[in-house]
Design a protein around this ligand. Structure first.
Ligand code: TYD
Ligand code: MG
Length: 455
């Protein structure tokens, strides 16, 4: 008889190892490896053993398929991120740091869906029903016909769902759910994986949409959501800085719509409020004509968003000057500093550099390169850009400026918010300049020379 085998699983990436180690070879994460009894390798497990199944149905690519029907929640920012509303029998994961507002968001969404006539069940594994009810009343949702339960045993949950046949179930959170057939603690990778698998296959089989809440810490320490990402149709991340009131719901994967779409919310005393015009909000605290401040005309998903890029450059007392970034990629900052030094001879040696995206926004678009370079130069030269100017463009290592997509959309949004000039790469496709004063630049040398008289 085979001995019970245990294996070691990385909670960040799900890779399995024969031995415990402090660091996962597969993803490089520290302290993420946990001991587990694998699902299919306990004593007596035989695999399929050569037995025949009942086969599967094959169809053609040409089979007629209509776009999926969608239900709107009435919260426009939420529906937008889903790709235009909730798709029936879909599975969605909403991940985010603890305390960021996932339960609040999903309770509000559940209540909204219920008000449109969907049958909605909200299952909390973290709070008692009285707590959820109190929160709902505080959010002014007390009259919404959502059904509540506080339960963590998935067998009991699925039994009720099977008889109730709701349209939507919210599970808050996947880390608290457990199956009595899996021999490890709730929150472990095996439990989270098995629970998510049960819920997702239930959704597909019974035509019920499920939304799973998943906690992730910045260090990826808590087990689960990464392995769940592959099972679900849609992965949304709810992000924001704890000290800021802005929250951004971002789709990182969506089988039914565009990825990278964002919805913007504000956390208020009465729950999450929609922010229909994020650009105005992100720019609301901006000091016009401050050195180091540049407005970047970005695109998030399908929507243009203006954000302020702030840089501070100061003499350093350290032998290894500081490079600190909030809301952008640190590696990309080093690259831009290197390009400035190598291609236009502007050095940041002996200078501390701080870069911040205002409002708690996180940007990953390469189109922000030129705005970052402009903010760095502006801070270093202590010279402000015109207050009415927006900047966008990708920087290549040669110092050339690469055109970016959707230039006209970026300009239109800038125009709408009262900006009258723009600096952009020469190759951008712009047939309708939207009445803007355009400065199109071929490379970084022209840019530094024309705008800052440097280089
Ligand atoms: P919560 O939804 O419980 O976060 P998560 O489920 O992601 O852990 O929200 C937690 C924070 O939100 C909490 O610190 C208080 C704050 N909050 C408000 O500011 N206003 C509100 O109306 C609510 C319900 C919460
Ligand atoms: Mg919660």
């Amino acid at each position: 008889m085979a001995k019970p085998v245990t294996q070691f699983v990385c909670s960040a990436c799900g890779a399995t190892h024969k031995k415990w180690a402090g660091r996962c070879d597969a993803c490089g994460e520290w302290n993420s490896i946990q001991e587990e009894t694998p699902l299919s390798m306990g004593p007596g497990a035989k695999g399929l053993g050569g037995m025949k199944g009942k086969g599967m149905a094959l169809t053609d690519l040409a089979t007629e398929e209509r776009p999926p029907a969608r239900d709107g929640s009435g919260i426009a920012e939420f529906d937008r991120v889903l790709g235009g509303g909730l798709v029936g029998a879909s599975a969605t994961l909403v991940g985010g740091d603890p305390g960021i507002g996932k339960s609040t968001l999903l309770l509000q969404a559940a209540a909204s869906f219920a008000r449109t006539g969907l049958k909605v069940i909200y299952v909390s594994g973290e709070e008692a029903t009285a707590q959820v009810r109190m929160r709902a009343q505080r959010l002014g949702l007390g009259d919404s016909p959502v059904k509540l339960a506080a339960e963590t045993n998935l067998r009991d949950i699925l039994t009720t769902l099977d008889t109730e046949k709701p349209d939507l179930v919210v599970i808050d959170s996947i880390q608290t759910m457990w199956l009595d057939t899996v021999d490890s603690a709730p929150g472990s990778v095996s439990q989270v994986r098995a629970a998510a698998h049960e819920l997702v296959s239930f959704a597909k089989r019974k035509g019920v949409s499920v939304m799973l809440v998943g906690h992730v810490t910045k260090e990826g320490q808590i087990a689960g959501p990464r392995v769940v990402e592959h099972m679900v149709d849609t992965v949304l991340y709810f992000e924001g800085e704890r000290g800021h009131q802005f929250r951004i719901l971002r789709s990182v994967k969506n089988r039914f719509g565009p990825a990278d779409e964002i919805g913007v919310f504000e956390m208020t005393g009465g729950g999450l409020a929609e922010v229909p015009n994020p650009s105005a909000l992100f720019l609301s605290d901006r000091q016009a004509r401050a050195p180091g401040s540049v407005v970047f005309a970005g695109i998030e998903g399908t929507r243009p968003v203006l954000v302020e890029v702030q840089a501070l450059v100061a003499p350093s007392s350290l032998s290894q000057p500081r490079r600190a970034v909030v809301g952008w990629d640190g590696g990309r900052l080093s690259m831009i500093l290197a390009v400035l030094e190598a291609r236009v001879g502007i050095s940041f040696q002996g200078l501390d550099v701080y870069l911040n995206i205002a409002g708690g926004m996180r940007i990953s678009e390469p189109a922000a390169d030129l705005a970052v370079a402009a903010a760095l130069l502006s801070a270093r030269e202590d010279e402000a850009l015109p207050a009415t100017c927006v900047v966008f463009g990708e920087l290549s290592l040669s110092g050339a400026l690469r055109p970016v997509s959707q230039a006209e959309n970026r300009l239109k949004e800038a125009r709408k918010l009262g900006f009258s000039s723009a600096i952009a790469p020469e190759g951008c496709k712009i047939t309708d300049g939207a009445d803007m004063d355009l400065k199109l630049m071929p490379d970084l040398a022209r840019f530094t020379g024309d705008i800052f008289g440097a280089g």
